[in-house]
Design a protein. Structure first.
Length: 276
């Protein structure tokens, strides 16, 4: 494993390059610096996770990369290699699926928007519904599904586009521990067959190690990149690595760094809530 204190090196073949990106929010007369001078790259086919305390700007960065929010300063470059393919899909923490559409209709959403003929769209949706383990639920409505099943729908809807870049913001945070493990294992397998680039935001160091090639640790607000770790486990990954000593040692090393930031963020929050 390698640790660099200034993870700013950007390979020429990066899929995504974030250069000196800052984002400030102004609300009700107060100003929040959510992210300050962030530098990050994601290689082609690389799985990068972001971990950091609450409020350090992870979602803000992901939304800027997705093009949903503009940086206050700095630049973000994303290379669209194959314009016949979709560039980017996003999976959010909360199940962002439409209750009035069936599973198939939800999964087909991006395909419909791209003008893919219904028959082709249905076939591609059916394939992904099966791959995420929802066989038999194609015609079901979200209200009849469990939380884990809804998140599988969101995953299938993102993956059916076969995007070059997949952005995931704590996609498994709302799931119970067992379901989360199942979906993590499924995501490992899916990623290893698709080989697209992924940026994954999580509060779980274990999840980050299991899934990623590289983990970027962020500091408390204003978010900066504090360190990065290369995950040493080979692919295809056997989920049994979870119980290896090397896994535990890496988890502890990352936690030792993150702990101070989590404490700093908690102190910051209690100051904000304290009487003047
Ligand atoms: N639209 C907005 N208007 C005002 N402030 C915002 C807005 N979006 C985010 N912020 C603030 O910017 C900071 C970073 O928020 P962000 O959601 O990116 O954090 P995060 O790292 O994703 O946190 P969490 O781990 O809790 O999801 C926070 O202080 C947040 O309150
Ligand atoms: Mg967030």
């Amino acid at each position: 494993m390698s640790l660099t204190s200034h993870p700013t090196g950007t390979p020429a073949d990066a899929k995504v390059t974030v250069r000196a990106v800052s984002r400030t929010f102004h609300r009700g007369g107060s100003t929040t610096v959510a992210l300050e001078a962030a530098n990050l790259h994601i290689g082609r086919g690389e799985f990068v996770s972001l971990v950091g305390p609450s409020g350090c700007g992870k979602s803000t960065l992901l939304r800027m990369i997705a093009g949903l929010l503009r940086p206050s300063s700095g630049e973000i470059d994303i290379h669209h290699d194959d314009t016949s393919r979709s560039l980017c899909s996003v999976v959010f923490q909360e199940y962002s699926i439409f209750p009035w559409r069936t599973v198939t209709a939800n999964v087909r959403l991006g395909l419909d928007a791209a003008g893919i003929p219904r028959k082709v769209g249905n076939a591609r949706a059916a394939d992904w519904i099966e791959r995420v383990g929802l066989t038999g639920f194609a015609k079901a409505y979200p209200a009849t599904l469990s939380g884990g099943m809804k998140q599988r729908v969101a995953l299938a809807r993102a993956l059916v586009m076969e995007p070059e870049l997949l952005l995931m913001d704590e996609p498994f945070a709302a799931l119970d521990a067992q379901l989360r493990k199942v979906l993590q294992d499924e995501l490992v397998a899916i990623y290893e067959t698709l080989g697209n680039s992924v940026l994954f935001v999580t509060h779980s160091i274990e999840e980050a190690i299991l899934l990623s090639d590289r983990i970027v640790v962020m500091s408390a607000r204003p978010g900066r990149f504090k360190a990065e770790f290369t995950v040493p486990f080979e692919r295809p990954r056997d989920v049994a690595i979870r119980s290896s000593a090397e896994f535990g040692a890496l988890e502890e090393e990352i936690w030792a760094l993150l702990r101070d930031e989590v404490l700093a963020a908690a102190a910051d929050e209690s100051m904000a809530g304290a009487p003047a």
